[in-house]
Design a protein around this ligand. Structure first.
Ligand code: DOR
Length: 442
């Protein structure tokens, strides 16, 4: 090879479509220009990656960064800082901000705020509502749009579409894959009395398995009726996993690190309301079913559902306590710990966090370590042991449910379009996030 590269990442173990092997990566103009054995003297800058694994940039397709309107919990800058410190190179952000992201103007406002303030690349979901249903085809096509997100059951914020007629209208108009929070609102309302004051362990009793499967059956039925692509966010029950295994034609599946890692009743005994999340963390039977779905390939992607709330908001007595926990910074270390424990392979991790998002959402130029693609890279040390602590968490919320947890496997470098944004726990570049692009027809 005679080319000169801006940067050469030397001697890392690259994990990509080609398998796992020691390869150099040459980067020019923010893109991957060569993969292989690159001789000396070919690079403006050479970075030693010996002993490290180089993964395609991790794409977290579910985060809540709270700006505008809820900046006391998080903003686009602090959320993306947390992302790149955790090895995440791009995020899809959720519309339950204030105002809600439901119009072209509110989406354009988020994109404008993100430019030059976000450290990773970004796309923003637009909330699907009864009011904007006719605008969906246009909203899906706007720059920075990740497509449509619908809350079928109420959670944080005011987005809710719970009647079949409105869901039918929304799904019929979809052009792109749309994401759904799938819990049945009628059942949630009917069972509110099951919440025991001061006892977060009653959260999964209230928001039970039946609430999730009723909603997911309805969603799949409508998707199949209209032949539209839908994405079921944070699948949390054994019943849904079994059902979805037989309904993958139009439907994709996300699971989260917390549903794979935390378990009831232990998490509620240890963490109380800090384990409170929608849909809830459930018992071991469900956790095993989610792992089985992951192993079987039913699961397409991992999303962190990073949903920061302040300690004050979490410290209210249940059920006044807010639902949600941080996660964008801990997704990679928590999952690498599972890799080291033999629960999934490093190739499957890459499939879930890079290849999967690219395949489902038609992301342009990302999700693969391949020549011509954006040089988005997550560099990890699979042998490094660390303790996760609240102090490390750059999210404004300032806490993690994994405080004190010892893990093996740690993100040590984040490259966004060729620029080294994070190295060894330090942010070393300015924010230069840009909108994620999507292929036509996705
Ligand atoms: O627990 C949750 N918190 N689940 C959601 O769906 C929303 C999220 C939030 O925005 O706080």
């Amino acid at each position: 090879m005679s080319t000169t590269f801006d940067v050469v990442l030397k001697g890392g173990t690259v994990v990509n479509h080609d398998g796992v092997g020691v390869r150099d990566i040459g980067i020019s103009g923010g893109r991957i220009a060569a993969i292989g054995d690159i001789g000396p003297g070919k690079a403006g800058e050479t970075i030693n990656a010996c002993g490290l694994h180089v993964l395609p940039g991790v794409i977290d397709t579910q985060v809540h960064f709270r700006e505008p309107g809820l900046e006391h919990k998080e903003d686009l800058e602090s959320g993306s800082r947390s992302a790149v410190l955790g090895g995440v190179t791009a995020v899809f952000e959720m519309p339950n901000t204030k105002p809600l992201t439901t119009t072209a103007a509110t989406l354009a406002d988020k994109v404008a705020r993100a430019h030059s303030r976000m450290f990773c690349d970004f796309a923003f979901y637009v909330g699907g509502t009864r009011e904007n249903v006719d605008d969906i085809p246009a909203l899906e096509k706007l720059e920075g749009s990740a497509g449509i997100k619908v809350f079928m059951g109420s959670s944080t914020g005011d987005l809710l579409v719970d009647d079949e007629a409105s869901l039918d209208r929304i799904i019929a108009r979809l052009g792109r894959r749309a994401a759904f929070h799938s819990e049945d609102e009628a059942r949630l309302v009917e069972r509110m009395h099951l919440r025991r004051p001061g006892d977060a362990a009653s959260h999964p009793e209230w928001r039970d398995e039946e609430a999730a499967i009723i909603s997911t059956r309805r969603l799949v039925r409508l998707a199949e009726k209209h032949k539209r692509r839908v994405h079921v966010l944070h699948v949390s029950t054994a019943a849904e996993m079994a059902f979805l295994a037989d309904h993958k034609d139009w439907v994709s599946v996300e699971v989260t690190p917390h549903h794979l890692t935390l378990v009831a009743p232990d998490c509620y005994e240890r963490l109380g309301t800090y384990a409170q999340m929608n849909p809830p963390v459930r018992d071991e039977r469900h956790r095993q079913a989610i792992w089985a779905g992951l192993a079987a390939g039913v699961v397409d992607v991992l999303g962190s559902d990073h949903a920061p709330h302040t300690r004050e908001e979490k410290d209210h007595a249940y059920p006044a306590s807010h639902s949600g926990m941080t996660g964008v910074q801990t997704l990679v270390p928590i999952m690498l710990d599972h890799v080291n424990a033999g629960r999934l392979s490093i190739e499957r991790f890459v499939d879930l966090t890079s290849h999967g998002p690219q395949r489902l959402f038609g992301i342009r130029g990302k999700g693969r370590i391949a020549v011509g693609y954006d040089a988005d890279l997550t560099v990890v040390d699979l042998k490094r042991e660390e303790t996760i602590t609240n102090v490390q968490v750059a999210s404004r919320a300032g806490w993690t449910p994994y405080d004190g947890k010892r893990v093996k496997g740690w993100p040590v470098g984040t490259f966004v379009r060729g620029r080294r944004v994070m190295w060894q726990g330090e942010i070393i570049a300015n924010a230069h996030g840009a909108p994620v692009g999507f292929l036509e027809g996705f």
